[in-house]
Design a protein around this ligand. Structure first.
Ligand SMILES: CC(C)(COP(=O)(O)OP(=O)(O)OC[C@H]1O[C@@H](n2cnc3c(N)ncnc32)[C@H](O)[C@@H]1OP(=O)(O)O)[C@@H](O)C(=O)NCCC(=O)NCCSC(=O)C[C@H](O)C(=O)O
Ligand SMILES: [Mg+2]
Length: 285
């Protein structure tokens, strides 16, 4: 099983050369160069050129490099997608997608040059999660969902606290839709940069929901996010015990076995192998 951990995905404005340079040495798994909300209208073209140059220059090591374009219906979106189709980052993220038709239009503009990720951040998209996920799977391999909880709060008029009561059903449904179609799924950002306790609490909630990782806005958030999404020593020991038990020839023909007093099935073996792969990735970092 090939596992590509995406525990931490750090956004930065593509128009901020200092941040982009710093990202080449930060311990995040994904770097997202933003052309959308973090970039002012009068510097959109410069930011696009900077993102294309950053993709061409490389130097991001094992970090995945994703560029968030402007939506195709904005004055910049089509040119962004054309430039990114030529530049070929590891994925292109597009904002404010409402339905499967919008996914298809962005995918057509990208013409298969890079995996397509979409922001789940409009009220309409919540009622079409499965349709959007299916359209992404149709568009090609490596598709993904990224939650945009700031825009969602704005559209809904919601005031979510740290544990985001207004969103909880939607977060779970987004993860389920993504998993149903084999997509990457990343949680939204936590705006209170200096609130370490609140951030840790929200990361733990994101792990509970089954997200692959969380999107971040500041380097200060990376270490805690990686820690939350990396299996701890107990989880690693438990995963090793499961793998060892199923590797025992005495259990070769069994679907369910007893390990350290607990019932374990082969579905737990897949989870254990994933946990070990993430732990190995973290250790190699
Ligand atoms: C939020 C910020 C504007 C804060 O900036 P600032 O106060 O200037 O940061 P610091 O002084 O604390 O910075 C310390 C050093 O760290 C570097 N830095 C800061 N942020 C980043 C970053 N994101 N990536 C890389 N490096 C970063 C600074 O350059 C300093 O370095 P040094 O010079 O060596 O001291 C700022 O953090 C920021 O711009 N964050 C990202 C904003 C962004 O991209 N927003 C768009 C995505 S979020 C979103 O839209 C969510 C979604 O769509 C939704 O709807 O929810
Ligand atoms: Mg947004």
């Amino acid at each position: 099983m090939a596992v590509r951990p995406r525990r931490s995905a750090l956004y930065m404005p593509a128009s901020n050369p200092r941040a982009v340079e710093k990202a080449r040495a930060l311990d995040c798994d994904v770097v997202i160069l933003d052309l959308e909300d973090a970039v002012a209208p009068d510097v959109k073209a410069d930011a696009r050129a900077a993102a294309v140059a950053a993709v061409a220059a490389g130097g991001f090591g094992r970090r995945e490099l994703v560029v968030r374009a402007n939506g195709i219906d904005t004055p910049w979106g089509f040119d962004d997608l054309a430039a990114l189709a030529a530049a070929r980052p590891d994925a292109v993220l597009v904002p404010k997608v409402d339905d499967g038709a919008a996914v298809a239009r962005h995918a057509a503009a990208l013409a298969g040059a890079a995996p397509l990720w979409v922001m789940i951040e409009t009220a309409r998209s919540i009622f079409r999660l499965e349709e959007i996920a299916a359209a992404l799977a149709d568009a090609g391999p490596g598709g993904g969902f990224v939650l945009g909880t700031n825009d969602l709060a704005k559209e809904m008029g919601a005031r979510p606290g740290t544990l985001r009561a207004p969103f909880q059903g939607m977060l779970g449904m987004a993860v389920a839709a993504a998993r149903a179609h084999g997509l990457v799924v990343l949680d939204g950002v936590f705006n209170a940069i200096d609130d370490d306790a609140g951030f840790a609490e929200q990361c733990a909630q994101a792990v509970e929901f089954g997200f692959d990782g969380k999107t971040l806005i500041h380097p200060r958030q990376i270490a805690a996010c990686n820690a939350a999404f990396t299996p701890d020593a107990d989880a690693v020991a438990w995963a090793r015990a499961i793998v060892a038990a199923f590797a025992d020839p005495a259990n070769a023909a069994k679907g369910a076995i007893r390990v350290e007093g607990r019932m374990v099935e082969r579905l737990h073996l897949a989870q254990a192998e994933r946990d070990l792969a993430v732990a190995e990735w973290a250790a190699a970092g």
